[in-house]
Write a protein that binds this ligand. Structure first.
Ligand SMILES: C[S@@+](CC[C@H](N)C(=O)[O-])C[C@H]1O[C@@H](n2cnc3c(N)ncnc32)[C@H](O)[C@@H]1O
Length: 249
């Protein structure tokens, strides 16, 4: 594990601008995991600054946040006092026994190698436990301003492809052969942000930071394009939240 994470320089923008997850997601998680979150022992990997952590805690779960970024975990500890957090890699969890009813990854599963991290999750789960992975994805495929943004990103951010998270997540988990059942559900919702807050949200994305020296040019072009689409400066962005739950026998 390196000493720095890609997310270290993003911590302020991340903490301020990332959306939390809709309530519906936690109801679906309880349904598909076959248990209440209240009283559940959860290992939450890629916990970052604790956006999902705080929501899981609010549902009465006992959460051990895990992340390989010391900077992100530092912010999580500041924001959620008294919570122990573990600096570790999801591909090598530092637990020897079956310690969890649920292993969760919020907006983080695409950072790990599925066969390795799924085996690690299965190793620390109790019988009947579940691995749950989810994302808030922007659902803007038919919107002109979003198309312009994606084209700009593909031109300016090295290696960026808009479909980078469109993978057969459920099948990839089925192919591991570790789980008795894998189910996907999704929900659509939207949020409206003032232009400055929207810009902070853009700055919190690793592939936006990867633009490097041309970042301010990218943001200036975005401001112009967004103001054409939203002349009052209030940006409404549609989301699709995708949840995949893989249960052990
Ligand atoms: C996009 S952030 C998600 C943070 C938080 N879960 C949320 O919902 O906002 C991804 C997080 O995963 C962490 N991460 C990436 N790869 C990891 C790995 N292999 N093991 C543990 N954490 C990892 C990053 O440091 C970062 O904090």
């Amino acid at each position: 594990m390196g000493t720095r994470s890609l997310f270290d320089p993003l911590v302020d923008a991340y903490d301020a601008a990332r959306p939390s997850y809709p309530d519906r997601l936690f109801a679906d998680l309880e349904w598909l995991a076959g248990r209440e979150l209240a009283g559940a022992d959860i290992v939450e990997v890629g916990a970052g600054t604790g956006i999902a952590t705080r929501q899981l805690l609010a549902h009465g779960a006992r959460v051990i946040p895990v992340d390989h970024s010391a900077v992100m975990l530092g912010r999580l500890r500041e924001r959620t006092s008294g919570l122990g957090a573990v600096r570790a890699d999801g591909e090598a969890l530092p637990f020897t026994g079956t310690v969890a009813d649920l292993v969760c990854y919020a907006q983080a599963w695409h950072w790990v190698r599925v066969p390795v991290a799924a085996a690690e999750a299965a190793r620390v789960l109790r019988p009947g436990g579940a691995l749950a992975v989810w994302w808030n994805d922007v659902d803007g495929a038919d919107l002109r301003w979003y198309e312009r943004q994606q084209r700009r990103l593909e031109a300016m951010s090295p290696g960026y492809q808009r479909d980078y998270r469109l993978r057969p997540w459920a099948d990839e988990l089925r192919w591991t052969g570790l789980f008795a059942e894998v189910v996907t559900v999704s929900d659509r919702w939207s949020r409206t942000l003032a232009l400055d807050a929207y810009e902070l949200w853009l700055r919190s994305k690793s592939y936006v930071q990867a633009i490097g020296d041309r970042l301010e040019d990218f943001l200036a072009a975005e401001r112009k394009s967004l103001l054409e689409a939203f002349p009052d400066g209030m940006i409404t962005e549609p989301f699709r939240t995708v949840l995949v739950v893989a249960r052990l026998a």
